[in-house]
Design a binder for this molecule. Structure first.
Ligand SMILES: Cc1cc2nc3c(=O)[nH]c(=O)nc-3n(C[C@H](O)[C@H](O)[C@H](O)COP(=O)(O)OP(=O)(O)OC[C@H]3O[C@@H](n4cnc5c(N)ncnc54)[C@H](O)[C@@H]3O)c2cc1C
Length: 497
């Protein structure tokens, strides 16, 4: 018979989302337990590119965790000098350098994760490591979880559960959402596996300093995805790659070897060790828009499990932190009110989509992802080659959109100028990309941008309560249909959007 333990809030996961959620809920007066399947000394050992927007960024981080303190800790801050993003398509002779003014850092993800867990514990959270959650307790609402802790079964009961179990969360597989549904239906819909990416990274030590020591570097893959080189120091580079699971799988480790083996800077390089083994890790990550609703009775989801993260635009860690904070605050208040209904927990959705607003921006810019996924990779590479730097920055960032006509025109003029120059040089000949294909793709992106603006406006009007949700969703789905028609998205590709 399993031992039973009772808390108010049960947080599954010792990652960023889980730590921010647990710490915030505890700081707001809830009795919290955090469950993590790894042993305590391996918490935070997570596959990551390690690039993080600096907490000295004026926007900062929310909640009781001292992110500025953690990330300025010598052991955590590996490289605080990143001031450029570079895009290399070496086959096309492209090396685009974009100044990066968003105070980016490369951190040691393990040390960072350890500090995060320590602070979470110091804020009054009970932490159980070596604890694998493998079942759900529910009765009209989620009421707890079943787990194996140090080999023994334990039942954790509580008022509610926060799911910070990461991409492709097993918790979402176990909760029977349809049984929790309140009229007319549950607002929570489990994401499809094609909404995730698969990524892998190694830490490589080189003999000599690399010449891109202050830049985060991206390069195209033959599928929708990219290779990165993120220098932790001039001689220690986080190299990795990832692709979205709506495409054919790539043998990630082999493909990375293929990429690095001919590069002069990696000649004689070795892979760093950690825990007496080679420092190589892979994992899934969320790459699509955040979930339309992240709550159900007695249940809130955060981070990669909620799709509030977007590593490609530097919002992987940040998106998990903000959603964790929101969940912790909402959970503590709901438990204090004695009401963990979907309606009461709605404040989590509303905070992320409207008050903080970053989820709206991520959701709107997901249209670029949908559009790009429908374009052949050679054409996409050619588009990246001709787009002016400002345009690329607009696509990869979630900054204010370029909605004034003047900048739109100058971007179009810039793309045309670059197009002519690339054609004169014959750089696209061997890709088999014609001018017509390129124009079509560019027009597709122009159309997409108009839809990005429409989506953003719609998401900014995300309903303040569950009541307005279904009407809002119907209109969002209508925008989806119009967008997919406008970019001629194949019926097969529409299925799981
Ligand atoms: C290869 C790779 C590179 C990336 N690069 C970057 C980058 O450079 N910059 C950036 O900002 N973001 C990056 N990301 C994304 C970033 O890592 C995620 O957005 C972030 O880690 C999400 O945090 P999370 O808390 O939601 O999930 P996670 O960090 O995945 O944490 C989930 C935790 O839950 C635990 N868990 C899961 N299931 C159970 C269970 N059943 N029982 C108990 N515990 C469980 C796991 O052990 C884990 O500790 C990258 C991701 C990958 C995979």
């Amino acid at each position: 018979m399993a031992r039973s333990e009772a808390y108010e809030v049960i947080v599954v996961g010792g990652g960023i989302g889980g730590c921010f959620a647990a710490a915030t809920a505890a700081a707001n007066g809830a009795e919290v337990v955090q469950l993590e399947r790894k042993p305590a000394d391996q918490g935070g050992f997570i596959a990551c590119g390690d690039a993080i927007k600096s907490p000295t960024d004026p926007k900062g981080y929310p909640g009781p965790i001292d992110m500025a303190g953690i990330t300025s800790d010598e052991a955590v801050l590996a490289n605080g000098n990143i001031d450029k993003i570079e895009w290399w398509d070496e086959e096309l002779g492209v090396r685009k350098v974009l100044p990066y003014d968003s105070h980016s850092n490369v951190i040691d993800r393990y040390e960072f994760g350890q500090r995060l867990l320590e602070q979470t514990g110091d804020l009054g959270v009970t932490q159980h490591f070596n604890t694998v959650v493998n079942g759900i307790i529910q009765n009209g609402q989620v009421q707890g979880v079943e787990a194996i802790r140090d080999g023994e079964p334990v039942e954790y009961t509580g008022e509610m559960v926060i799911d910070g179990a990461g991409a492709q969360s097993v918790i979402q597989d176990m909760v029977a959402f349809e049984e929790l549904a309140v009229e007319p239906e549950s607002t929570f819909e489990k994401p499809h596996y094609t909404h995730f990416g698969s990524a892998y990274r190694e830490i490589i030590e080189t003999d000599e300093p690399v010449d891109y020591k202050n830049a985060i570097v991206g390069k195209p893959l033959e599928e929708m995805g990219y290779v990165w080189y993120f220098p932790r120091s001039p001689t220690s580079i986080n190299v990795g790659l990832g692709f979205q699971m709506n495409k054919e799988p790539i043998a990630l480790a082999d493909r990375l070897r293929e990429d690095v083996e001919d590069r002069p800077e990696f000649e004689n390089a070795s892979i760093a060790d950690r825990f007496d083994k080679k420092n190589k890790l892979g994992a899934a990550l969320a790459l699509r828009r955040p979930l339309d609703s992240m709550v159900a009775p007695g249940y809130i989801t955060v981070g990669c499990a909620a799709g509030t993260t977007h590593p490609i635009t530097g919002k992987g860690i940040r998106g998990a932190a903000f959603s964790g904070y929101s969940a912790g605050k909402t959970a503590a208040a709901a438990v204090a009110d004695g009401d963990v209904s979907e309606q009461r927990l709605w404040e989590h959705n509303h905070y992320l989509y409207v008050e903080h607003g970053e989820a709206s921006k991520l959701a709107a810019r997901d249209a670029y992802n949908v559009a790009a996924s429908s374009i052949d990779i050679p054409v996409l590479r050619a588009v990246a080659a001709i787009l002016p730097e400002d345009e690329i920055r607009e696509i990869v960032s979630t900054k204010t959109s370029f909605d004034d006509l003047a900048s739109k025109l100058s971007i179009a003029a810039g793309a045309t100028k670059n197009l002519i120059s690339h054609y004169r040089k014959g750089t696209f000949d061997h890709l088999g990309v014609s001018k017509e294909m390129l124009y079509e793709a560019l027009m597709g992106f122009r159309t997409t941008r108009e839809f990005v603006d429409r989506y953003e406006e719609h998401y900014e009007n995300y309903p303040a309560s569950r009541e307005g949700y279904f009407e809002w969703l119907t209109e969002r789905d209508r925008i989806d249909d119009e967008f997919y028609d406008a970019i001629d998205l194949e019926p097969e590709a529409r299925k799981y959007q």
